[in-house]
Write a protein that binds this ligand. Structure first.
Ligand code: SF4
Length: 408
């Protein structure tokens, strides 16, 4: 898309925003489940929801009322805007010693399909992302038993040196915990070394479900839930912001979902360091949990809505279309989500786990999804500042891409 098109798109967006701001008329709320009435009253006066409220919302089949309430909160915060971004995912290696039962991506070093990129290859992939207009590198990988911490620091230094304008969102709390053990540095010093090398923020993966009962079954050998939260807290204290996730639809109970969300809310009260919450639908195929059914569309929308309602101190809720399908992600924009992630050209992790979504959508297709849901697409950077493509036009012959995401 050339600069001229970008300019007219921007003007269109502004006109849309002005028009929709003037004509918003709230649709009536109809509640069929009596248990939701006191919860709705709390939401309408901005009162914080309790653990029991969260469980009642999850138990209720009144999805439309729950969605109406979540949409109300979403529109109060963001109006009609729906954010997306243009980033490049880089997974340095899929070699991982954790062997989580939830994972279809990690490999033993000698297993077919195992790979580890060299630094030059990583920087080359990053250069392709920059040529496609990426404003962010999203970097996560397996817990490789033989790569030293210095390898990752060199990778970050090299990226920062070559592409200083690109935000480096790198290494989950799980990876940080692993590097700390590897390097024999404290968590704080590990994070400081990452920050000094050029890491700007951290992704939200690896949170799964914090409850130890669940972790023991789905990811026994990786960072505990308590540790994940402690690492996030330390990162935030050092000025590194992060995202947060929850992997739903595996063996967790509804109560364990609510517990997970409230632990995140509690930490956010203390640090204000989380940027976005991303509910992740479990994809069981090719994992050790392949006997489990996939989450349904009903559950997907419920998780978006309940997250929006419980996480009253999170600015953003993302509907990650690769996991939800474009169709469900589009509907989620009316059930509490205000972000739909980005265009994607080659996605490996969730497709390894049986995702049947396409490998990518064009920017035009993504914008159509957003506009058809009655929202206004706004390209953002990692920290949700609008990207000005008039000043920074996309290369005319390339389309923006996102490569690979990982739940480590
Ligand atoms: S989920 Fe992450 S930590 Fe677990 S096996 Fe997969 S890559 Fe390794």
């Amino acid at each position: 898309m050339g600069a001229g098109n970008e300019q007219s798109t921007k003007v269109d967006n502004m006109a849309e925003l002005q028009n929709t701001a003037a004509i918003q008329i709230p649709a009536p709320l109809r509640i069929n489940d009596a248990r939701l009435k006191p919860i709705a009253e709390k939401i309408m006066v901005g009162e914080r929801l309790s653990f029991d409220d969260g469980v009642a919302l999850y138990q209720s089949h009144d999805l439309l009322a729950t969605g109406w309430l979540a949409n109300h909160v979403r529109e109060k915060r963001h109006g009609n805007v729906c954010y997306f971004n243009v980033n490049r995912h880089i997974n340095p290696t899929n070699v991982c010693l954790a062997h989580c039962r939830l994972c279809a991506f990690g490999r033993s070093p000698d297993q077919p399909g195992a790979y580890t990129f060299g630094l030059e290859e990583i920087w080359q992939r990053a250069a392709e992302g920059v040529a496609e207009g990426a404003t962010e590198f999203h970097i996560v990988g397996g817990l490789h038993p033989d790569l030293p911490f210095e390898f990752y620091l060199d990778m970050i230094r090299g990226l920062k040196q070559r592409f200083p304008q690109v935000h480096l969102k790198a290494f989950t709390m799980v990876e940080v915990g692993f590097y700390s053990r590897l390097s024999k540095l404290s968590i704080r010093d590990t994070l400081l070394a990452m920050k000094e090398a050029g890491v700007d923020s951290l992704p939200g993966g690896g949170a799964e479900i914090f409850n130890p009962r669940v972790r023991k079954i789905i990811c026994d050998h990786k960072t505990s839930g308590r540790m994940w939260l402690d690492i996030a807290r330390t990162a935030h204290e050092l000025g590194l912001r992060s995202n947060a996730t929850m992997l739903y639809g595996q063996i967790e109970t509804l109560e364990e979902r609510v517990e997970h969300l409230l632990l995140l809310r509690e930490l956010q009260d203390q640090t204000h360091g989380f940027v976005t919450f991303i509910p992740l639908a479990f994809h069981p195929e090719n994992t050790a949990l392949s006997h489990l059914p996939k989450p349904t569309g009903f559950d997907d929308l419920k998780n978006i809505a309940v997250s929006r309602l419980l996480l009253d101190n999170f600015d953003h809720i993302k509907a990650y279309w690769i996991m939800l399908t474009p169709a469900i992600a589009q509907i989620a924009l009316r059930f509490g989500a205000n972000d739909i992630d980005g265009t994607v050209v080659e996605e490996k992790i969730y497709h390894d786990a049986g995702a049947t979504t396409p490998q990518g959508v064009t920017r035009a297709e993504l914008e159509r999804l957003i506009r058809e849901a009655g929202r206004v697409p706004v390209e953002r950077d990692t920290l949700y500042r609008p990207v000005d493509r008039v000043k920074n036009p996309l290369p005319p012959t390339r389309r923006p891409t996102t490569l690979v995401t990982l739940n480590s």
